[in-house]
Design a protein around this ligand. Structure first.
Ligand SMILES: [Zn+2]
Length: 373
């Protein structure tokens, strides 16, 4: 293990944020002379943390400069994500490049924890001491490294730090929270000041980021926007509260609107209803419009409360909005306070898709690893 000077760490983090950055622009961003940057780069290359690309012209009359890239034998982190039917563990280098992935399908239960632990062990075996830490995104309520409540996985109460054999920090977070972090650092929200990310799948959850840092709450359980009473006050949510928004925008709500049986696999059912709506089924279209309106109203309320300048939506939300764009837009606009209506904050599709939580888990791990690099 090495000990970096503050300046070395600063340069390393610059390259992490913008891999391929030239020496010239690194000097400008650090406010340092080219001699200082040359010394910093030499030291980081010797420590196998950075590498340099071939020399190239830096501009008009510019002198040659070189691009700063991750060292091929440099440190990596593992980033894991458990999704509804599959798990993945990726090896992520400085700058967020994914080098290798272990993945498998799962049906929940204790076998899932051991499968992820085996994936971690395989990658630790291949990358050895280069692996410095791990981040893990889980679909449920996370407290510390324990998944407190995850009815879909059937493995509540498990301490997921157990999949990591040690030798560096392991950090665990909720998938929607880490997806927000991924979008803020690597996706559609890199330029936002205060960004709201919402993920709609079996329910709706999300998180807020401020200048690229996610607000996790005191116990890492922030962002449970789905459990605000924006739904029908007469309907009880599985969480114990009445009127939760997550119920109003989930598959059960679509089933109830269509007079169909409550779905066992909510995400698949919602996807089917959206496809039916897009295919011209008017009853399905009306049901999707009700959900789109609820989404628009809820997002407007959150924008009012948080003063967000950008909203990213992932999971099923972009499809719901695309199926009923006018209904969504009208509900969003009507829910905004007067002073926001002239230029409503943009609501855009999350860019990283299913990789958002994985990338967020990697970022979470890097943040934990920096002090010990
Ligand atoms: Zn609830």
């Amino acid at each position: 293990m090495t000990t970096l000077t503050p300046r070395e760490l600063e340069l390393l983090q610059l390259v992490h944020d913008a891999p391929g950055l030239t020496r010239t622009s690194a000097a400008a961003r650090l406010g340092a002379g080219s001699g200082t940057v040359t010394t910093l780069v030499r030291s980081l290359v010797e420590q196998r943390l950075l590498d340099e690309g071939p020399a190239e012209q830096s501009g008009g009359r510019g002198r040659p400069t070189r691009r700063l890239v991750p060292h091929p034998e440099g440190p990596v982190v593992l980033a894991g994500s458990v999704e509804h039917e599959r798990w993945r563990v990726a090896v992520v280098e400085l700058g967020s490049g994914v080098l290798e992935v272990e993945t498998g399908r799962h049906a929940g239960g204790p076998a899932l924890v051991s499968a992820v632990a085996r994936g971690v062990a395989v990658l630790r075996g291949r990358f050895g001491a280069r692996v410095r830490g791990m981040g893990l995104a889980l679909p449920g309520l996370v407290h510390g490294s324990t998944l407190v409540d995850a009815p879909l996985l059937g493995v509540g109460g498990v301490d997921w730090a157990s999949v990591w054999p040690g030798g560096g920090p392991v950090v665990v977070g909720n998938d929607a929270t880490l997806a927000a972090l991924g979008e803020a650092r690597r996706g559609a929200a890199t330029d936002a000041d205060l960004h709201l990310h919402l993920l709609l799948d079996a329910g709706i959850g999300g998180a807020v980021t401020v200048h690229g840092t996610v607000l996790e709450g005191a116990n890492g359980a922030g962002g449970e926007f789905g459990h605000m009473p924006l739904g029908d006050p007469g309907v009880r949510c599985h969480c114990g509260a009445w009127g939760c928004w997550t119920v109003a925008v989930g598959g059960e709500s679509l089933a109830s609107l269509l007079g169909e049986r409550a779905p066992r696999t909510s995400v698949t059912y919602s996807r089917e209803v959206i496809a039916r709506a897009q295919g011209g089924d008017t009853a399905a279209a009306t049901a999707v419009e009700v959900v789109a309106a609820s989404l628009g109203r809820g997002i407007a309320g959150l924008v009012n409360a948080l003063d967000a300048d950008l909203v990213t939506v992932g999971g099923l939300a972009p499809e719901v909005i695309a199926t009923a764009p006018d209904v969504f837009a009208a509900a969003y606009r009507r829910g905004l306070m007067h002073h926001r209506q002239a230029s409503p904050p943009r609501v855009v599709e999350a860019r990283l898709g299913e990789d958002a939580a994985l990338q967020g888990a990697a970022e979470h791990a890097w943040t934990a690893v920096w002090p010990s690099l």
